[in-house]
Design a protein around this ligand. Structure first.
Ligand code: GYE
Length: 311
């Protein structure tokens, strides 16, 4: 039938194509889910995926891209660890006529050097988190501590900017300490311990803003060990919507998160299939949604729903 023919044609678009994925590493639960879903998506579409884990190092990502170019892959997915320093290697891919799709983070290079970017509006995510806190604290004095993501990465830069936009003009709110926790649980905990120590054992802190849930989960542990109640004594707001933050919300230990889908590969492969078929050029930015979740949004149900979805 026509329907069967259409399905066959669609799956043949990607069948046998090779794609190199220059992934950052496995710093967070979100990142691990993105990797899992990319592998699943490739498998479903018959794409031969070559995977590289750069262990958080840009030089490893650049080496992986050069190796993908040498292998003559049909496309490259790149989740760029930092924003700067990509021009040369992106030019090399372009000279080899290999399309590059950016996933979840942005680069400072000209957008002529890549086919498209799939990701969220990272500034908006910070604004959503900040607006939640503005409403939660009302007129009360609020000394905020901030755990930043990886230094030089667009989510760290943009989520900081967005949050600052949201609290601007609210003179009762102030970021009193801000430091990187590199998007990991371990560093989130460690840096939070130093914040607590410096802020009267934590008694002077009203809220924590973490650039991702994993750092928040680490920080929650530190707050508990300091004898305070996370979610009550210190409000906790972060970004990603990984299963463990819903568990913390269900227990009253975290207050809000902004969802980031780990399925960046789905839209990326859709765009590549169209491009391989007839050279269709996509929009330069394919934006995913950013939804706020609080303790009122059935955190137990959200936790159950997410377990197994790549996490
Ligand atoms: O939020 C964080 C991760 O690049 C937007 O990277 C992404 C961020 C994500 O490790 O958990």
């Amino acid at each position: 039938s026509a329907a069967i023919l259409a399905v066959t044609a669609a799956s043949a678009l990607a069948e046998g194509e090779t794609v190199g994925f220059a992934q950052i590493g496995s710093e967070s639960g979100w990142r691990a889910a993105e990797t899992t879903l990319t592998k699943q998506q490739a498998e479903e579409r018959g794409i031969d995926l070559r995977f590289s884990d750069a262990q958080q190092k840009q030089e490893n990502q650049i080496a992986a891209i050069r190796s993908f170019i040498a292998q003559g892959v049909d496309a490259i997915l790149l989740a760029p660890v930092v924003a700067t320093g990509w021009d040369s290697v992106l030019e090399e891919a372009q000279e080899a006529e290999i399309p590059v799709v950016l996933l979840d983070r942005q680069v400072d290079s000209s957008d002529e050097l890549y086919l498209t970017a799939v990701g969220s509006n990272l500034v908006h995510e910070g604004e959503v988190a900040g607006e939640w806190l503005v409403n939660a604290v009302g007129d009360e004095e609020c000394r905020i501590v901030e755990l930043q993501g990886t230094t030089g990465s667009t989510p760290a830069i943009d989520r900081k900017t967005g949050f600052e936009n949201a609290i601007e003009g609210h003179d009762n709110m102030e970021i009193v300490r801000s430091q990187t926790g590199d998007f990991t649980r371990a560093q989130g905990k460690e840096v939070m311990e130093s914040f607590l120590q410096a802020e009267n054992g934590g008694k002077d802190i009203c809220a924590l803003y973490a650039h991702n849930d994993d750092m928040a989960v680490g920080a929650i542990q530190a707050i508990k060990e300091a004898g305070l109640a996370p979610g009550e004594d210190i409000l906790v707001v972060s970004i990603d919507a990984v299963p463990d933050i819903f568990k913390a919300m269900a227990d009253g230990e975290a207050n809000a998160t902004v969802e980031l889908t780990p399925n960046m590969a789905g839209p990326a492969f859709d765009v590549l299939e169209a491009y391989w078929a007839d050279g269709t050029a996509p929009e330069k930015f394919i934006q995913t949604e950013s939804r706020l979740f609080t303790q009122d949004d059935d955190p137990t149900g959200e936790y159950e729903a997410r377990k197994g979805l790549g996490y």
